[in-house]
Design a protein around this ligand. Structure first.
Ligand code: ATP
Length: 234
């Protein structure tokens, strides 16, 4: 479904990603691991159209998508949940969800069905439908931003550090929800600091180090390997 070939990503003179190639097959749950600054978030941003590659190609279903805008990518089925977890605090839970469906305005039935599905998956949001999003806890806001991304009915969901700063029980719940989303047929590329948990739930993983792929393979093999610690510690 997704094929990245030898991309380089820059912020001006700063090279965030030097040379990353990776692929995600339809229906897979793939994790991007690596220390702070390894280039994980930048890689996700490039897939979502937020950051244009200076070199290399990004293909979705065989087509080059590297020049497309974030909005064009949403229309092609790519949704991203950034690590900033930004809800619109003064809007209600429902209004936040509706904004996620901005590109499906004419599909009122489809949007209603998606919202129904999200309320089944995140019952807590259903209970707080008329509450301003700013009054939700961190874990609830994380559920809201995931549900909002899902309102565009994506085929590929990009999740950037969904467990960041959350209490352990909440983290477990978020990971369960990611698995449920995957079971519903969404392909997922997940960036995580919580390596052991991410390796447990994913099919395959890529470990980035200093803007390159240091190692990749089946998550079970990477979890069993001894090189993970050394990659994190440099
Ligand atoms: P983290 O977990 O800390 O987000 P990461 O693996 O996601 O790490 P990136 O955020 O992709 O890494 O950052 C890769 C490199 O690019 C780092 O050296 C970082 O300092 C740099 N970088 C990231 N965003 C910017 C920016 N907006 N401007 C300049 N440099 C940036």
């Amino acid at each position: 479904m997704l094929e990245i070939e030898e991309i380089e990503l820059r912020y001006g003179a700063v090279k965030a990603v030097r040379d990353v190639s990776l692929r995600v097959e339809q229906g897979e749950l793939v994790t991007l691991l690596g220390a702070n600054g390894a280039g994980k978030s930048s890689t996700l941003k490039s897939i979502a159209g937020v950051l244009k590659p200076a070199r290399g190609t990004i293909r979705l279903d065989g087509r080059d998508i590297s020049g497309l805008t974030p909005e064009q990518l949403v229309r092609r089925g790519v949704a991203m949940v950034p690590e900033t977890r930004d809800v619109f605090p003064d809007l209600t839970v429902e209004e936040n969800l509706q904004l996620g469906a901005f590109c499906r305005r004419r599909d009122t039935r489809g949007v209603a069905a998606s919202q129904e599905r999200m309320f089944e998956l995140f019952p807590l949001l259903a209970e707080r439908i008329r509450q301003p999003a700013g009054t939700l806890s961190g874990g609830q806001q994380q559920q809201l931003v995931i549900a909002r991304a899902m309102m565009s009915d994506p085929r590929l969901l990009l999740l950037d550090e969904p467990s960041l700063g959350l209490a352990p029980v909440i983290v477990d719940r978020i990971f369960e929800m990611i698995l449920e989303l995957r079971q519903s047929g969404v392909t997922i590329l997940l960036v995580e600091q919580n390596a052991s948990k991410a390796l447990k739930i994913s099919d395959r993983s890529y470990v980035l180090s200093l803007g390159r792929v240091a190692t990749s393979g089946a998550s079970a093999d990477i979890a069993a390997g001894s090189d993970l610690k050394s990659i994190y510690l440099g």
